[in-house]
Design a protein around this ligand. Sequence first.
Ligand SMILES: [Ca+2]
Ligand SMILES: [Ca+2]
Length: 196
Amino acid sequence: MTFRRAILSLSLALAVVGYSSFVPSSFASSGWDGVNGSYDGAGTRGGNAGVVNITVPGLFNTTNARFIGKGGYTTLSGTAGGNGGVFQINYHGLVRNFTGGIPSPNGYLNFTFGGSTDGLNGSAGSIVYVKDSVCPRDADVTGEGRITVSDSGSIVNTYNNVTSDVSTFIDAYDINCDGIINVIDLARVGFEFGTR
Ligand SMILES: [Ca+2]
Ligand SMILES: [Ca+2]
Protein backbone atom coordinates (compact mmCIF):
# COMPACT_ATOMS: atom_id res chain seq x y z
CA MET A 1 0.00 0.00 0.00
CA THR A 2 1.48 3.34 -0.99
CA PHE A 3 0.31 6.79 0.08
CA ARG A 4 1.49 9.91 -1.66
CA ARG A 5 1.75 13.12 0.24
CA ALA A 6 -1.33 15.25 -0.22
CA ILE A 7 -2.12 18.86 0.58
CA LEU A 8 -3.94 17.76 3.70
CA SER A 9 -2.31 15.30 6.05
CA LEU A 10 -3.70 11.80 5.84
CA SER A 11 -5.51 10.07 8.66
CA LEU A 12 -6.27 6.40 8.95
CA ALA A 13 -8.62 4.39 11.15
CA LEU A 14 -8.25 0.68 10.59
CA ALA A 15 -10.14 -2.06 12.41
CA VAL A 16 -8.93 -5.59 11.81
CA VAL A 17 -11.65 -8.21 12.23
CA GLY A 18 -11.24 -11.75 13.51
CA TYR A 19 -8.89 -12.87 16.23
CA SER A 20 -5.79 -13.03 14.10
CA SER A 21 -2.34 -11.60 14.24
CA PHE A 22 -1.81 -8.39 12.36
CA VAL A 23 1.47 -7.85 10.55
CA PRO A 24 1.53 -4.31 9.18
CA SER A 25 4.54 -4.84 6.95
CA SER A 26 2.52 -3.56 4.00
CA PHE A 27 2.60 -0.17 5.71
CA ALA A 28 6.37 0.01 5.42
CA SER A 29 7.44 3.60 5.03
CA SER A 30 3.90 4.84 4.94
CA GLY A 31 3.86 8.55 5.69
CA TRP A 32 1.34 10.75 7.42
CA ASP A 33 3.67 13.72 7.45
CA GLY A 34 2.35 17.25 7.43
CA VAL A 35 3.30 19.08 4.27
CA ASN A 36 6.22 21.47 4.37
CA GLY A 37 5.62 25.17 4.01
CA SER A 38 6.04 26.86 0.66
CA TYR A 39 9.10 28.90 -0.27
CA ASP A 40 6.97 31.18 -2.46
CA GLY A 41 6.42 34.71 -1.19
CA ALA A 42 6.38 35.05 2.60
CA GLY A 43 6.19 31.31 3.07
CA THR A 44 3.50 29.24 4.79
CA ARG A 45 2.98 27.20 7.90
CA GLY A 46 3.91 23.52 7.82
CA GLY A 47 0.98 21.14 8.08
CA ASN A 48 0.10 18.93 11.02
CA ALA A 49 0.70 15.23 10.61
CA GLY A 50 -2.20 12.82 10.48
CA VAL A 51 -3.81 10.39 12.90
CA VAL A 52 -3.37 6.62 12.72
CA ASN A 53 -5.71 4.48 14.82
CA ILE A 54 -5.51 0.73 14.42
CA THR A 55 -7.63 -1.80 16.27
CA VAL A 56 -6.44 -5.40 16.31
CA PRO A 57 -8.32 -8.07 18.28
CA GLY A 58 -5.27 -10.38 18.27
CA LEU A 59 -1.55 -9.72 18.17
CA PHE A 60 -0.01 -6.63 16.64
CA ASN A 61 3.35 -7.51 15.11
CA THR A 62 5.67 -4.51 15.23
CA THR A 63 8.65 -6.35 13.78
CA ASN A 64 8.75 -4.66 10.38
CA ALA A 65 6.15 -1.97 10.92
CA ARG A 66 7.09 1.60 10.12
CA PHE A 67 4.75 4.46 10.90
CA ILE A 68 5.91 7.98 10.26
CA GLY A 69 3.94 11.17 10.84
CA LYS A 70 6.18 14.20 11.28
CA GLY A 71 4.98 17.77 11.45
CA GLY A 72 5.71 19.84 8.37
CA TYR A 73 8.41 22.52 8.21
CA THR A 74 7.20 26.12 8.42
CA THR A 75 8.69 28.80 6.21
CA LEU A 76 6.46 31.66 7.44
CA SER A 77 8.33 34.03 9.74
CA GLY A 78 7.38 33.93 13.43
CA THR A 79 5.32 30.77 13.06
CA ALA A 80 5.92 27.33 14.56
CA GLY A 81 6.29 24.14 12.61
CA GLY A 82 3.47 21.67 12.19
CA ASN A 83 2.52 19.24 14.93
CA GLY A 84 3.51 15.60 14.94
CA GLY A 85 0.77 13.05 14.41
CA VAL A 86 -1.08 10.68 16.71
CA PHE A 87 -0.44 6.95 16.54
CA GLN A 88 -2.76 4.73 18.59
CA ILE A 89 -2.98 0.97 18.54
CA ASN A 90 -5.68 -1.00 20.34
CA TYR A 91 -4.61 -4.63 20.64
CA HIS A 92 -4.61 -7.85 22.65
CA GLY A 93 -0.86 -8.40 22.63
CA LEU A 94 2.31 -7.27 20.91
CA VAL A 95 4.98 -9.10 19.00
CA ARG A 96 7.99 -7.03 20.06
CA ASN A 97 7.54 -3.40 20.93
CA PHE A 98 8.48 -0.15 19.26
CA THR A 99 9.50 1.62 22.43
CA GLY A 100 9.66 -0.82 25.32
CA GLY A 101 13.43 -1.00 25.50
CA ILE A 102 13.49 -4.04 23.28
CA PRO A 103 12.94 -2.49 19.87
CA SER A 104 11.68 -4.41 16.92
CA PRO A 105 14.44 -5.42 14.53
CA ASN A 106 13.11 -3.09 11.88
CA GLY A 107 10.11 -1.45 13.50
CA TYR A 108 10.14 2.30 13.57
CA LEU A 109 7.95 5.13 14.78
CA ASN A 110 8.55 8.81 14.17
CA PHE A 111 5.85 11.31 15.12
CA THR A 112 8.07 14.28 15.87
CA PHE A 113 7.26 17.97 15.53
CA GLY A 114 8.09 20.12 12.55
CA GLY A 115 10.62 22.94 12.76
CA SER A 116 10.58 26.37 11.20
CA THR A 117 12.87 28.96 9.67
CA ASP A 118 12.71 30.89 12.96
CA GLY A 119 13.50 27.85 15.10
CA LEU A 120 9.95 27.51 16.47
CA ASN A 121 8.90 23.90 16.84
CA GLY A 122 5.39 22.53 16.68
CA SER A 123 4.10 20.08 19.28
CA ALA A 124 5.44 16.55 19.35
CA GLY A 125 3.05 13.81 18.35
CA SER A 126 1.82 11.12 20.68
CA ILE A 127 2.00 7.34 20.66
CA VAL A 128 -0.76 5.58 22.58
CA TYR A 129 -0.81 1.88 23.43
CA VAL A 130 -4.18 0.50 24.55
CA LYS A 131 -3.98 -3.18 25.49
CA ASP A 132 -7.31 -4.92 26.00
CA SER A 133 -8.05 -7.38 28.82
CA VAL A 134 -10.18 -9.83 26.84
CA CYS A 135 -9.98 -13.33 28.37
CA PRO A 136 -7.83 -15.26 28.08
CA ARG A 137 -5.42 -12.39 28.48
CA ASP A 138 -2.18 -12.21 26.55
CA ALA A 139 0.61 -14.39 27.94
CA ASP A 140 3.03 -11.49 27.64
CA VAL A 141 1.97 -10.22 31.04
CA THR A 142 4.74 -7.62 31.22
CA GLY A 143 3.55 -6.09 27.96
CA GLU A 144 6.81 -5.48 26.14
CA GLY A 145 6.10 -7.87 23.29
CA ARG A 146 8.24 -10.83 24.32
CA ILE A 147 7.58 -13.85 26.51
CA THR A 148 10.52 -14.43 28.79
CA VAL A 149 11.48 -15.12 32.39
CA SER A 150 10.13 -11.68 33.26
CA ASP A 151 6.64 -12.98 32.54
CA SER A 152 7.02 -16.25 34.45
CA GLY A 153 8.83 -14.42 37.27
CA SER A 154 6.02 -11.90 37.58
CA ILE A 155 3.53 -14.71 38.03
CA VAL A 156 5.75 -16.57 40.50
CA ASN A 157 6.16 -13.40 42.58
CA THR A 158 2.39 -13.10 42.99
CA TYR A 159 1.69 -16.83 43.10
CA ASN A 160 -1.62 -17.84 44.74
CA ASN A 161 -2.77 -14.24 44.96
CA VAL A 162 -6.51 -13.89 44.54
CA THR A 163 -8.62 -10.91 43.61
CA SER A 164 -9.22 -10.04 47.25
CA ASP A 165 -5.48 -9.45 47.65
CA VAL A 166 -6.17 -5.97 46.42
CA SER A 167 -2.72 -4.57 47.09
CA THR A 168 -0.82 -7.27 45.18
CA PHE A 169 -3.20 -8.94 42.72
CA ILE A 170 -2.55 -7.86 39.15
CA ASP A 171 -5.24 -8.62 36.61
CA ALA A 172 -2.78 -9.05 33.75
CA TYR A 173 -1.06 -11.95 35.54
CA ASP A 174 -4.35 -13.86 35.85
CA ILE A 175 -4.27 -14.91 32.23
CA ASN A 176 -7.27 -17.24 32.34
CA CYS A 177 -9.31 -14.76 34.39
CA ASP A 178 -10.36 -17.22 37.11
CA GLY A 179 -9.46 -14.90 39.97
CA ILE A 180 -6.26 -16.63 41.11
CA ILE A 181 -2.68 -16.39 39.87
CA ASN A 182 -1.33 -19.91 39.77
CA VAL A 183 0.04 -22.77 37.69
CA ILE A 184 -2.62 -22.43 35.01
CA ASP A 185 -1.40 -18.95 34.21
CA LEU A 186 2.21 -20.06 34.42
CA ALA A 187 1.49 -22.85 31.95
CA ARG A 188 0.15 -20.37 29.40
CA VAL A 189 3.43 -18.48 29.61
CA GLY A 190 5.25 -21.78 29.21
CA PHE A 191 3.34 -22.67 26.04
CA GLU A 192 4.43 -19.43 24.39
CA PHE A 193 7.84 -19.02 26.03
CA GLY A 194 10.41 -17.59 23.65
CA THR A 195 8.02 -17.44 20.71
CA ARG A 196 8.20 -13.65 20.20
CA1 LIG B 1 6.94 -10.08 28.52
CA1 LIG C 1 -5.62 -17.63 36.80
